[in-house]
Write a protein that binds this ligand. Structure first.
Ligand SMILES: Cc1cc2nc3c(=O)[nH]c(=O)nc-3n(C[C@H](O)[C@H](O)[C@H](O)COP(=O)(O)O)c2cc1C
Length: 228
């Protein structure tokens, strides 16, 4: 083989090998799934929009990130007073069983972003019933353990209890042994949004920026925690 032919053949073989190895690496990379849960009874309103903003920001972190919105608005989710270890027969057959649980159990998300409106400086009742019902994800195995969880809250007042709501939700999630992810300065607790423009939450520049930062941080944490 002459010298020029030899170089061309070697180059082609090297390029093919490198393409094969990068394709194998890409196949190795599984998607990292982040679910955003909107806990306002008003479907598609300011809390849901804020969650969507956080999820969109999460996707910009890495092509592996995939997101899903779980909007609880309009869903029929019963309060539940079962024991800590319910049997399937004891659980109410409502939207939680039919729509919510499948998104949280099959498969278990790699990260969660939970949002609630501030209702009298507390989480919404819908948020509390959601948090009570996900008790089933703790037993027999802590399915959410070590998953990153970020929280956001929307209020109609600038200081309407958003940080208190975030803290309440974080407190509950500690019972799942999750990794709590805070926000970035100047919203350290999570993302705090102010519905001051007649439900047009996109006009709250500060709050929207805090939602984006929260989404990015949850995505970064989910990527690190899923790396083997
Ligand atoms: C029962 C109730 C209580 C509320 N209490 C507060 C409050 O304590 N602080 C506040 O800032 N906003 C309060 N709000 C306003 C909501 O937090 C605000 O409108 C929020 O944007 C609603 O979220 P959504 O658009 O996703 O439904 C309250 C609203 C309702 C219906």
């Amino acid at each position: 083989m002459d010298r020029r032919k030899f170089i061309a053949t070697s180059f082609a073989a090297g390029a093919a090998a490198s393409l094969a190895s990068s394709t194998a690496r890409a196949a190795d990379k599984k998607s990292v799934n982040i679910v955003g849960v909107s806990c306002s009874p008003r479907k598609g309103k300011t809390t849901a929009t804020s969650i969507k903003v956080a999820l969109e920001a999460a996707k910009t972190v890495d092509p592996q990130i995939e997101t899903q919105l779980l909007d609880l608005g309009g869903m029929n989710i019963s309060v539940w007073s079962g024991g800590a270890d319910p049997t399937d027969a004891e659980l109410p057959k409502d939207d939680f069983e039919l729509k919510v649980l499948p998104m949280l159990r099959n498969p278990v998300p790699d990260g969660l972003i939970i949002g609630s409106p501030s209702y009298f400086r507390s989480m919404s009742a819908l948020c509390k019933v959601f948090l009570d019902r996900i008790a089933v994800l703790r037993s027999p195995k802590l399915l959410l353990a070590n998953k990153p969880v970020g929280v956001l809250s929307v209020g109609a007042y600038r200081n309407g209890g958003q940080e208190l709501v975030i803290e309440q939700i974080q407190t509950v999630m500690l019972c799942h042994e999750v990794m709590i992810i805070g926000g970035k300065p100047p919203a350290h607790q999570g993302a705090t949004l102010w519905n001051a423009y007649n439900d047009d939450i996109m006009k709250d520049e500060f709050g929207i920026a805090s939602a984006k930062k929260l989404g990015e941080r949850v995505a970064e944490a989910a990527l690190r925690l899923t790396q083997k």
